[in-house]
Design a protein around this ligand. Structure first.
Ligand SMILES: CC(=O)N[C@@H](CCC[C@H](N)C(=O)O)C(=O)O
Length: 376
């Protein structure tokens, strides 16, 4: 029996210690401590950077079924008002990874006491929000020694009620590319603009021109997003800015569109360089491969979930969110699904407040699904 009040306590503890990608030291320690208290007879445990792999050995294994949970938080100052708000100033679990980890712990707890014929691998992966832990983990010796034959992941969905599971066959999440641009010109006195070269104005022109890519270069029947989430420039109100930094993200539903968007972006940036006589350094940061669900496994899972009394299934549309889980799915058959957690505020909001009852829905559903698959 899984004790759900204990899982709520676990989630609240994890919520208090959010850490950024590849800095998840306290999180890793907490997870290891928790796992070390479970019956060890069927467990094998390895660490990889700040991540963890936990294998529940089956009795006569021919296959390994994997469940992946991401473990990093975001650089957001929490405003939920929770008693158990983040203890780490300026950092928050605002994308539900505290839920994803807790669900994994609930499942490890169950399978450590109830192993099946096949192996189950629990993957606690760092740095999903950036710079991306999935690809280096997938390429690591540690992972490949226990490489699963099937892999499953979930993501909380604030827009769906508790009890709803949403997914689809094929493309679920977009291709993503981060975007970092550093502009450098000549600064100067606010009263002598003709002697300077204002990077605040240059950055503003660039961001405005970017808007024409989605509206004028991408096929209207295709989809793309370019979001600039941060601009920094200048030093003081009466000094013309010598530098400006633009940070954003690009999302597309195909890699062809991603290349097209990047080509247009580079052409616009060249224009800004010429027009403003400035330098520009462009860096695409982390790029994530689309999340593409295996058709047969997804269909089977949806039919299975439909039969669970506490679950209702939605066949959803694809979303422009990104997930480095896409790299696992590129090489290993599997699927990802949305878990309804009903929160008025959405993902990446400082007020995200997912309903903890969804922990029970997810653990029960995946416990039943994996139990079926490992004993088939
Ligand atoms: C589910 C979700 O919100 N994922 C993130 C992934 C971030 C990818 C990367 N750091 C980027 O910003 O492009 C998302 O923002 O969709």
């Amino acid at each position: 029996m899984i004790d759900f009040s204990e899982l709520v306590t676990v989630r609240r503890h994890l919520h208090q210690i959010p850490e950024l990608g590849f800095e998840e030291f306290k999180t890793q320690q907490f997870l290891l401590d928790y796992i070390s208290k479970l019956p060890q007879e069927h467990l094998a445990i390895k660490t990889w950077k700040t991540g963890i792999l936990v294998k529940v050995n089956g009795s006569d294994p021919e296959k390994t079924f994997g469940y992946r949970a991401d473990i990093d938080g975001l650089p957001i100052e929490e405003e939920t008002g929770y008693e158990f708000s983040s203890n780490h100033k300026g950092k928050m679990h605002a994308c539900g990874h505290d839920f994803h980890m807790t669900i994994a712990l609930g499942l490890v707890t169950h399978f450590s006491k109830n192993p099946g014929k096949e192996n189950v691998l629990f993957i606690f992966q760092p740095a999903e929000e950036g710079p991306g832990g999935a690809l280096p983990m997938l390429e690591s010796e540690e992972f490949n020694e226990w490489r699963p034959d099937v892999i499953v992941g979930l993501h909380i969905a604030p827009e769906y009620p508790v009890g709803t599971i949403a997914t689809k066959e094929g493309l679920l999440f977009a291709n993503t590319s981060e975007l970092f641009i550093d502009l450098k010109g000549r600064g100067g006195h606010a009263a002598y603009p003709h002697q300077a070269n204002d990077m605040v104005v240059a950055a503003s022109h660039f961001v405005t021109q970017l808007q024409s890519i989605v509206s004028r270069n991408v096929d209207p029947l295709d989809s793309a997003v370019i979001t600039v989430g941060k601009i920094e420039g200048g030093t003081k109100q009466n000094i013309i800015a010598e530098t400006a930094r633009i940070e954003g993200t690009i999302r597309t539903l195909s890699s062809v569109s991603m290349n097209k968007v990047k080509k247009r972006l580079e052409a616009i940036l060249d224009g800004v360089k010429t027009g403003f006589e400035c330098e520009a350094a462009l860096d695409y940061g982390a790029n994530y491969y689309q999340v593409f669900n295996d058709s047969a496994l997804t269909k089977e899972f949806m039919e299975f979930a439909e039969m669970q009394p506490e679950v209702s299934i939605v066949n959803c549309k694809e979303a422009m969110t990104g997930e480095d889980f896409g790299y696992f799915l590129k090489e290993i058959p599997g699927f990802m699904f949305w878990l309804g957690v009903h929160s008025k505020s959405g993902l990446h909001s400082s007020r995200l407040m997912p309903d903890e009852n969804a922990l029970q829905t997810a653990v029960n559903l995946l416990k039943n699904y994996f139990t079926w698959k490992i004993n088939e």
